[in-house]
Structures are given as C-alpha cells and as structure tokens.
Design a protein around this ligand. Structure first.
Ligand SMILES: [Fe+2]
Length: 301
C-alpha cells in the first residue's frame, strides 16, 4: 500500500523461522481488509462470538477451561498503548477477588495482528503450554470489498502440529480457500444449535465465526451508523493510527513498516494470555518479558 514500487516484505520472524515452526492458511473474505482486521483488536468478542451456550457444553477439556475464563467476565476492561509497530491492546477479565485474566493482542501497521489464538499443538496429545508462540493474521486487500485473510501460526521453539492445524482450520475449507459456510447461505446458522451447543449456531470453527462477524457488516460497513463504546477502544485506536498514517503519507512520510530498513518490525512484540494476581498492573504485564527478536520472550530477571 502507498505510492511507487512495492516495498520489500517486512522482516517478520515468521519469514526467518524454520519452515516447520510456521503453518499458514488463507481464507477469502467479502469485506474490506481493515474491517476484517478489526476483530483482532476487539478482545471482547471472545466472550460472545466463539463461546459455547454454556462452558459445560464444550467438546473437550481445554475448550471448557477457555470458555469458563471468557464467561467469567463478558465485559473485560479494554486498554490500549502505542507500540513501535502499532498498538498493544490489553483485555482484563476479573476472576474473583484474587485473580484476573490478561490478554495482550497486537495491531501491526497497517494490516496485521498478532495474538494468542487457537492451540498450536493438539491438546489431546499434550497439555497446552503458555508463551510458545502466537497467531498472526495478515489481511491483504484484493479490492475495496474483498480481501485475503492469511492465518499464520508461529511456534518459537518447536515444530507446529501441521496435521492438527489442517483438521482445525482447513477441515471445512474448499480447494479455492472459501468455506462451506458463507454469506449466501447465512453461514448455515442452526438456531437449534444456539440453544443446544454454541452461542452462534455456526459450528466450532473460529474462522467461520469471525468471517460471519466481519462480512455481515457489508463490504464496507456504514460507520456513520455506529455507536462505538468502551469495548471498542482497540478498534478506535487502530482507526486513529491508520488515519494518522494516511495523513502522514499524504504529507510525504514513508509508510511505517517500509521505513524499518530490514530490521524486525516486531522485535518487541509480546503476546500474552495468562492469569495474574488481581492487583498486578495490567499494562506492566508484557514488561515482565524480555523480547528476543522473534524468539520466545523470556521472563526478565
Ligand atoms: Fe474471533
């Protein structure tokens, strides 16, 4: 994006990691790329969109645990902080008097996000470990009303379980990277399933849920009819950054990532999803970690 020759690809860690540590898929979306990326900076939606109708309905133990965490506080406190690559978005869910659940997701200018997504390895084979990698979503415009969502799983130290990811992400995907559930068939929503099993009635695949949420706003949503609230702080901050960048570009500034001169633009990226003491300062949680240029962030001594 921007004038002149396309800049080199940003030097993200996913490009220099061993091939077995990265797993990628893509999915067509019938909406604007920015709209597609907004869900990634809206951590509140996890407490609604991807939930079971009650945690007890979850198909396995891990989903049950995650669902219970997300159900414990459906109105998390959302805070944002400017980072060198874009934004850190903090979501804090209170878990009683002593503990809270903190998620740190990241907006990477101008069209990526990094966050703790689905498990990187099959939880049926080994218990999930924290801080082993992250998911990156890269929303690449096709035109104003369509984009490709590249979903990239990255594990710092170990190979990804590719067969598991294939089952999880690609099981309902067609050869041409579309899905069985789409706008034209109302995403095969089953109202009975909404009572019985899932909040949305659209099966268990997160990619279908997210696609429904962003496409059903239209190809370019009518933002004059929005009523943004406190849970939209990530979306608001992302749009402000983009508007500022567009104004900068019009004034002759280089786009943010192409100005990084080959350095890793996300060198101080930390993706967090963990329980912490209730009195811990949320915005300080990521500073407990010492980022290491695309390797596992380690606890700072
Ligand atoms: Fe989602």
């Amino acid at each position: 994006m921007g004038p002149g020759e396309a800049p080199p690809l940003p030097n993200f860690p996913i490009f220099s990691a061993p091939a077995a540590h990265v797993w990628t898929s893509k999915l067509i979306h019938e909406c604007n790329y920015l709209q597609g990326n907004e869900g990634n900076v809206d951590p509140q939606h996890l407490s609604v969109l991807h939930r079971m109708s009650s945690p007890s309905k979850a198909p396995d133990e891990r989903t049950k645990q995650v669902d219970a965490l997300l159900a414990a506080d459906v109105a998390p406190l959302i805070e944002v902080e400017i980072a060198p690559f874009g934004l850190r978005v903090f979501a804090t869910r209170m878990l009683g008097a002593d503990e809270k659940y903190v998620r740190i997701s990241n907006f990477i200018m101008p069209n990526c996000s990094a966050f703790d997504g689905g498990p990187l390895h099959d939880p049926a084979k080994s218990p999930p470990k924290p801080n082993i990698g992250y998911w990156m979503h890269w929303h690449v415009p096709i035109d104003d009303h369509h984009h490709w969502k590249y979903a990239i799983a990255y594990c710092y130290d170990d190979p990804i379980d590719a067969a598991f990811q294939h089952r999880l992400v690609r099981s309902e995907m067609t050869e041409d990277y579309d899905t069985r559930r789409r706008r034209s068939n109302r995403y095969l929503q089953d109202r009975g399933e909404m009572e019985r099993l899932t909040f949305l009635g659209m099966g268990f695949n997160f990619y279908d849920h997210d696609r429904f949420a962003v496409e059903s706003q239209g190809g370019v949503s009518d933002r004059t009819r929005e009523h943004l609230g406190a849970s939209d702080r990530g979306v608001i901050a992302m749009r402000r950054l983009m508007i500022r960048a567009i104004e900068g570009l019009q004034g002759g500034e280089a786009p943010t990532l192409s100005a990084s001169n080959g350095a890793d633009p996300v060198a101080d990226l930390v993706v967090v999803s963990q329980k912490v003491p209730a009195d811990a300062e949320t915005k300080a949680v990521w500073r407990q970690y010492r980022p290491q240029q695309g390797k596992r962030p380690v606890l700072a001594s």
